[in-house]
Design a protein around this ligand. Sequence first.
Ligand SMILES: *[C@@H]1O[C@H](CO)[C@@H](O)[C@H](O)[C@H]1NC(C)=O
Ligand SMILES: *[C@@H]1O[C@H](CO)[C@@H](O)[C@H](O)[C@H]1NC(C)=O
Ligand SMILES: *[C@@H]1O[C@H](CO)[C@@H](O)[C@H](O)[C@H]1NC(C)=O
Length: 311
Amino acid sequence: MQYKPSFVWILTVLIFSFVNNKTIAAKLHKNDDQTLVLNLFEGQPTRRNGVCGTYDASIYTCCNGALTLGSGKLCCGTTAYSSSLGTCCNGVFTLGHNQSCCGTTAYNPSMYSCCNGVLIAQKGLSCCGTTIYNSSIYTCCNNVLSSGSALECCGTEAYNSLYSTCCNGKVNSGSKQQCCGTETYDPSSYTCCHGKLNRGAKQQCCGMETYDPSYYTCCDGTINSGQKLQCCGKEGYDPYYRTCCNGTLNNGQKLHCCGKEGYDTYYRTCCDGTLNDGQKLQCCGTEGYDPYYRSCCNGKVSSKNGAGCGK
Ligand SMILES: *[C@@H]1O[C@H](CO)[C@@H](O)[C@H](O)[C@H]1NC(C)=O
Ligand SMILES: *[C@@H]1O[C@H](CO)[C@@H](O)[C@H](O)[C@H]1NC(C)=O
Ligand SMILES: *[C@@H]1O[C@H](CO)[C@@H](O)[C@H](O)[C@H]1NC(C)=O
């Protein structure tokens, strides 16, 4: 169905139109910017379910179910407009262009300032949280005002980086210092390990402490005596004497692991995390068995000359 801008047609559709077995009702009214708008409603007009249906886009603009004469306009809610005539602020249309938005209100930025949706009748001010301020006098850091303009922020504090250093939200004296936690330090005398200062420059860190790797091994933040050990969780070990099974140390080299337990396959068999005495057994759940003498029936080991499984 094509809607042509014919006066007779508009009058017809104004009353009721039965097209494609649908009831179409229409309303013709003047928009905020004085253009004519044709609102079409499918079904009963009282239901107000606005739809544009099929229309000629070279003649109309459809805005959320409202047809407006004139193609290629912008939409503001159901209002079609051209940017040279008005401003849309969060779905609310206001006549007059070159305006800024303050919530749903359009305003002239050469006369007003906007602070979190509140208009202030003074231009060129800035907003800090809900407070209006003059940025040539103050600095806003995370919604807190400090004296002095164009400063840097350290958490909610403003500071001048020519004289201070920000360490994790704390302002310290001295420009461009090294930080350890919230403090500054001299890296030619100290090493910072996870926020803790340790004596000595360029040391190796293990957790928050320093250590000498030619005598110690760091395992998961714990210092172990002995250099170049292997790690089993936090414990260092020599793989010549021990085997690590899922974070637990077992005596003996190159053992197989059954859960946390190390074992020798010559003597034992691991079935679903449980150790069974005997080599190369078959598994029935967590139980090992010799298939020559026994069988596995419904997850249980049973005698072979019994009734048998499923019989
Ligand atoms: C509107 O804004 C544009 C761009 O900011 C500017 O070039 C133009 O001069 C302004 N027009 C008026 C009437 O202020
Ligand atoms: C902001 O402060 C500066 C310096 O005091 C002043 O010149 C300027 O007029 C102030 N701006 C406003 C909008 O009050
Ligand atoms: C290793 O230990 C963890 C925690 O005890 C356990 O969740 C995991 O299943 C174990 N993995 C193996 C392969 O045994």
